[in-house]
Design a protein around this ligand. Structure first.
Ligand SMILES: Nc1nc2c(c(=O)[nH]1)N[C@H]1C(S)=C(S)[C@@H](COP(=O)(O)O)O[C@H]1N2
Ligand SMILES: [Mo]
Length: 497
């Protein structure tokens, strides 16, 4: 066999082996599938700057891209193993065994992994090693082929099949996504509801963010390569740590507690000024304070470490959860059970804090603790330990090009849990003008705003800034998202034709 043929044999063996491992993973536990396990480990180990770059440049496409990259890297290593087999087939065996160890280690270190999580990677490597040996054994000796291609055609076909099989099974573990079980299609009526939801500026200011973000358009940010598939039947929330009365609560008991319904804006710390990672909705849930009071936290505690079924964690100041704000264990969004992407069956939601320090999805554990004793997922990766939402303004419209004449500049501003009292707009470094504010939905909700504008042709620079209810204007200084959220005015250039 030639060098190239050995490489192709390695690709075929690795691709088909990976496919076998992926299939076993789908049957056992999607998180144990080799590509998912290694991809998740890459997410956890990646430096924060890289993750930041991935979120801002490729957005939600970053996850398929990561799976694809891992698959191609592994197949590439398989090609190298094939070439190395010219020394001795044992060299290739050792290469596959190394891959098995990496995959198994990644799978076994996932949150809640069973010992069987190692099996898919071991199977993948065993199949790959066996297939490579089989091909080396049966393939015709090197030299000109009857069809003149210079290659064994069977080899080319298996190589292609290997790549296709690996890519086809790469995304398979995510295909188990289901709707919430029928038992949870409805949720009990809340005891405390907000006042009627006002009509927003949506109908009068085209292009402005709707006052309530449609659930289907609500941004999604998390480290989960595939959405965790929890079921209310087995779901439990453990409340323990520095408390006098630790307890565990199941779904039925949780939804039997007094429910509140509130309008709350949620923002990601990684949302660049003017960015899309902010959404507003009506949420239903149980007050976190009700659960904490039942557990009776110790006077020494200053933090609640919340964690999820997939090993994410967030640190929320205990004082914030007990200061009377509407921090809740949310079970519904817009009157419907939480979509799986947004944390089904239950998530934490803390008005006034960025999501990474107060909005754990797929919530399973609240550990009352101290900031000194326990660090959360992103805190150990360079992000701030505490992160209240900073005042921010976003210009939604116009964006890009508009026709000259009467138009409207409009957008949203938020200073979650402090409220928005004023928004100003500036055109071409002219005087700052007060924008008209949309309806006030409350301290924890964003506010729409608009300013009529006579647009003359040419290029114009538009800037906007907001004040919170305490009369503090957002900082003009431009600061990046790391470590605790960005600052600066939103400034855009508009082409008027
Ligand atoms: N389990 C889990 N919960 C999580 C995260 C995560 O990665 N895993 N990301 C947090 C971050 S950074 C944000 S901004 C919000 C986003 O919530 P959403 O996807 O429902 O909009 O979820 C938070 N909760
Ligand atoms: Mo976030």
């Amino acid at each position: 066999m030639s060098r190239t043929e050995r490489a192709i044999a390695g690709v075929a063996a690795t691709g088909l082996g990976l496919a076998a491992g992926q299939l076993l993973g789908v049957l056992l536990d999607p998180a144990s599938a080799p590509l998912v396990a290694v991809g998740s480990a890459v997410i956890d180990l990646a430096p924060p700057q890289l993750k930041e770059w991935a979120v801002s440049t490729v957005g939600t496409a970053d996850k398929p891209l990561l799976l694809l990259t891992v698959a191609l890297v592994v197949i590439g290593l398989g090609a190298v193993a094939g070439i190395a087999s010219s020394r001795h087939p044992v060299v290739a065996d050792l290469a596959f065994a190394t891959l098995a160890v990496v995959g198994a280690a990644a799978a076994l270190t996932r949150a809640g992994a069973a010992p069987s999580a190692a099996l898919p990677s071991v199977l993948a490597a065993a199949v790959a090693a066996a297939l490579l040996r089989w091909q080396l054994h049966w393939s015709a000796p090197a030299g000109p082929r009857p069809d003149g291609t210079g290659f064994d055609r069977r080899l080319l076909l298996t190589g292609g099949a290997g790549i296709i099989a690996a890519l086809a099974t790469a995304a398979l573990p995510g295909s188990r996504t289901q709707l919430p079980p029928a038992a949870v299609r409805t949720i009990p009526a809340p005891q405390s509801t907000p006042s009627a939801f006002p009509a927003g500026l949506d109908s009068t200011v085209p292009g402005i963010s709707p006052l309530r973000t449609p659930v289907a358009d609500f941004y999604r940010i998390d480290t989960a390569l595939f959405v965790p598939q929890l079921d209310v039947a087995g779901w439990q929330l453990q409340v323990d740590g520095l408390v006098e009365a630790p307890f565990t609560i199941g779904w039925d008991e949780l939804v039997g507690m007094p429910l509140i319904e509130r309008d709350i804006t949620l923002t990601c710390v990684s949302n660049e000024i003017g960015g899309p990672y902010c959404g507003s909705n009506r949420w239903t849930g149980v007050r976190v304070a009700d659960l904490l009071r039942r557990a009776r936290p110790s006077a020494r505690a200053d933090q609640v470490l919340s964690s999820s079924s997939d090993g994410f964690s967030a640190s929320t100041p205990l004082a914030v959860l007990l200061d009377g704000r509407d921090a809740m264990i949310a079970i519904a969004m817009d009157g419907q059970p939480l979509p799986r992407e947004h944390g089904f069956p239950a998530r934490l939601l803390t008005p006034g804090l960025y999501g990474y320090v107060g909005a754990t999805k797929w919530l399973t554990h609240l550990k009352v603790s101290t900031f000194a004793a326990d660090q959360a997922y992103w805190t150990t990766r360079g992000w701030a330990e505490r992160a209240p939402v900073k005042t921010a303004t976003r210009i939604d419209t116009p964006r890009g090009r508009v026709a000259a004449g009467s138009t409207v500049i409009g957008g949203v501003a938020w200073a979650t849990h402090r409220g928005i009292s004023r928004v100003q707009v500036q055109v071409d470094n002219g005087p700052w003008q007060d924008a008209k504010l949309g309806p006030d939905v409350g301290l924890d909700y964003w506010r729409q705003w608009y300013l009529p504008w006579e647009a003359a042709s040419g290029t114009h620079r538009i800037a906007a800034r907001a004040w919170d209810d305490a009369g503090v204007v957002q900082p003009a200084t431009v600061q990046p998202v790391l470590p605790d959220g960005p600052t600066g005015y939103h400034v855009i250039d508009v082409q008027v034709d």
